[in-house]
Design a protein around this ligand. Structure first.
Ligand SMILES: O=C(CO)[C@@H](O)[C@H](O)COP(=O)(O)O
Ligand SMILES: [Fe+2]
Length: 235
């Protein structure tokens, strides 16, 4: 299969369900090889953790800058950090396709979203599993992506949490349709496999983050194709 075509900044790569492998548990000592293995993905999901918002520490802007040089896949940056008001714009300035910060961590979420958009990035907001959908449901027009966490943020390799998250996705999809927000991406992140991808897409998700199910596979390109096949059969 051909690598995904470079998409126009700010636009979706295509209208279907997006497949966004997370490199969290991949070989980060071989960034070039890791990115080459997911060349058929729509976006590459980069988990930034600060050791405070979540009990894990990963990478920051300097490494994202290297990733950006090593691939033409649009970068889907997921910030699990405190004070995104201060730090999120740097990732947009680096050229990330989307920058998603946590609602629970932001002081002025709408101001962060406005800044991200003004810098040419898609503005994403993420909700932990226990964070009510009401925190964002009336604000959808200010965002380009809502990330529904289906595990507690911090680590890859956890089980998909279905309780509560399916209803959250359904409510978000309903509201986005009512408001004609056709470009809004609803993303799920955590424990996504072929089985749980079907549950998420049926509930309204149109972006699937998958770490373990892609990188634990002997053939990451086949795992990406498998998720795409499930998404297309359900969506
Ligand atoms: O943001 C996170 C974890 O906090 C995710 O992006 C995970 O890295 C996805 O990994 P799997 O659950 O698919 O292993
Ligand atoms: Fe993530």
């Amino acid at each position: 299969m051909e690598p995904a075509a470079r998409c126009t900044p700010g636009r979706r790569p295509h209208a279907g369900v997006l497949i966004s492998p997370s490199i969290l548990n991949a070989d980060l000592g071989d960034l070039k090889g890791t990115l080459a293995r997911i060349a058929t993905a729509d976006t590459a999901h980069i988990d930034v953790m600060d050791g405070h918002f979540v009990p894990n520490l990963t990478l920051g802007a300097p490494v994202v800058q290297w990733i950006q040089r090593y691939t033409t896949i649009p970068l889907d940056v997921h910030l699990m950090i405190e004070d995104p008001d201060r730090w999120a714009p740097a990732y947009a300035e680096l050229g990330a396709w989307s920058v998603t910060f946590h609602m629970e961590a932001a002081t002025s979420p709408l101001s962060v979203a406005r800044t991200l958009r003004s810098l040419g990035a898609r503005a994403g907001v993420a909700l932990k599993p226990a964070t009510p959908v009401e925190t964002v449901i009336d604000l959808l027009e200010y965002f380009d992506q809502v990330l529904v966490m289906t595990v507690e943020p911090g680590f890859g390799g956890q089980q998909y949490i279905e309780a509560g998250t399916t209803r959250k996705l359904e409510r978000l999809r309903e509201r986005a349709s009512e408001q004609g927000l056709d470009d809004l991406v609803l993303q799920v992140d955590g424990g996504v496999t072929r089985h749980t991808a079907a549950i998420a897409v049926s509930a309204g998700a149109d972006s699937l983050v998958a770490g373990s199910s892609v990188f634990r596979s002997a053939d990451p390109a086949a795992a990406i194709a498998g998720l795409r096949e499930v998404a297309e059969s359900v969506g």
